[in-house]
Design a protein around this ligand. Structure first.
Ligand code: SAH
Length: 203
């Protein structure tokens, strides 16, 4: 998985901390038993409740895109299986993760506790509101796609903070990176992606 899917020339993941985390966290324990044999293949897989665990390359790519440091506090929206949460928690100081579906939130926190992670904070609810009490964050990583970028997420970015988020419709989504510098938000489009839609309680 590491060699072919992350390090090959056309993929080019290069951060040592990201590669080390991807080597260390066992992806198979985050996928349902019937998909275990496919856990290390180059594709997303179904988890429960109609959701998916992202392709390993996308997890590595998004992690690298926030430029993670060991002192960072990071907010993740869309805990899902908890795999991306684990990769972040291996690298940064603290992870705050929000999941809308109660059963997924419970299952992920149980698994991550069992794996021994002690630097993850869990919340069940609507991640489009962010986590104001714990803000500001050095980075926010979103793994479900809203049509438009939720304003609370921009407001909860620290100076020099980065928000990595897929946006668009079911058929056409782009992964974006927004960097907060001196109260200006600098937008970049990174690559075309396909994520499950962000659910929104307020609409
Ligand atoms: N990072 C996950 C990917 C999960 S798929 C992994 O590695 O497995 C995206 C997740 O976002 C789903 O679990 C879905 O329930 C959740 N989600 C969708 N809308 C949400 C919202 N508004 N707030 C929080 N979570 C949301």
């Amino acid at each position: 998985m590491i060699q072919e899917q992350l390090l090959s020339e056309n993929r080019g993941i290069s951060y040592p901390d990201v590669i080390a985390a991807m080597r260390h966290v066992p992806r198979d324990v985050f996928v349902p038993e019937i998909y275990r044999a496919a856990a290390f293949t180059d594709r997303p897989l179904p988890i429960s409740h109609g959701q998916t665990i992202s392709q390993p390359f996308i997890v590595a790519y998004m992690t690298e895109a926030i430029n993670p440091k060991s002192t960072d506090r990071v907010l993740e929206i869309g805990t899902g299986s908890g795999y991306q949460t684990a990769i972040l928690a291996e690298i940064v100081k603290e992870v705050f993760t929000i999941e809308m579906v109660p059963a997924l939130a419970k299952q992920a926190s149980t698994l991550l506790n069992k794996l021994g992670f002690t630097n993850i904070h869990y919340r069940q609810g609507d991640g489009s509101l962010g986590w104001p009490e714990a803000a500001p964050f050095d980075a926010i990583l979103v793994t479900c796609a809203p049509t438009n970028i939720p304003t609370p997420l921009l407001e909860q970015l620290d100076q020099h903070g980065k928000l990595v988020i897929p946006t668009g419709t079911d058929n056409s989504q782009q992964l974006k990176r927004i960097t907060h510098t001196d109260d200006v938000f600098h937008h970049e489009t990174l690559l075309p992606v396909r994520f499950v839609p962000m659910k929104n309680l307020r609409r």
